[in-house]
Write a protein that binds this ligand. Structure first.
Ligand SMILES: [Zn+2]
Length: 178
């Protein structure tokens, strides 16, 4: 088939009825921690797909975004839950397998707008202690402003991979909700 994405399960029910290569995608300059530019929904013509990662060309001119314009070639994914496909960066796709993103408690969106490492720097600015073991952090949903909990898929156990001996430790300031 010339355009295999037309039958892709991720795009089922999302493609334009008359232009079956076109799908609506949220484009953005980053999430609410990193930019105050609001995300926008545009039509994108799919040009290729690799597994569940799609590439396409933006058909509309966003109103106030700086990183995307009409004609931009973008990469996007369709979240497991949430209403719309979302533009992603190469960096995001590289980091994404290492993280578990709990769906937004308001709209169910299950991806982030920013690469987890960029988001972590925004959440925890300044120098970080070497022994910082990130258990989880919260992000604001880029779609609705709700809360998403983000955690590493494998909590790091140190260089030698030996589990650290158990030590009762006071709660860190970012664990206040536990
Ligand atoms: Zn949301």
């Amino acid at each position: 088939m010339a355009n295999p994405w037309r039958e892709h399960p991720k795009l089922r029910g999302r493609l334009h009825a008359e232009n079956p290569d076109d799908v609506q995608v949220i484009v953005h300059d980053g999430g609410p921690r990193l930019t105050d530019h609001a995300p926008e929904l545009v039509w994108v013509t799919v040009t290729s797909c690799d597994g569940a990662v799609f590439s396409g060309r933006v058909l509309n001119q966003p109103v106030q975004l700086t990183s995307v314009c009409e004609g931009s070639e973008i990469t996007f994914v369709v979240p497991d839950s949430g209403a719309h496909a979302i533009m992603v960066t190469e960096k995001y796709l590289r980091e994404r397998p290492d993280w578990i993103i709990q769906p937004c408690h308001q709209c169910g969106f299950s991806e982030l707008f920013d690469a987890p490492s960029d988001l972590m720097r925004a959440v925890f600015p300044g120098p970080q202690p070497d022994d910082l073991m990130m258990e989880l952090f919260t992000a604001f949903c880029g779609v609705c402003g709700g809360v998403q909990v983000v955690q590493p898929r494998d909590a790091k156990l140190g260089e030698d991979s030996t589990p650290a001996p158990f030590q009762p430790s006071p709660k860190k300031w970012w664990q206040f909700w536990r």
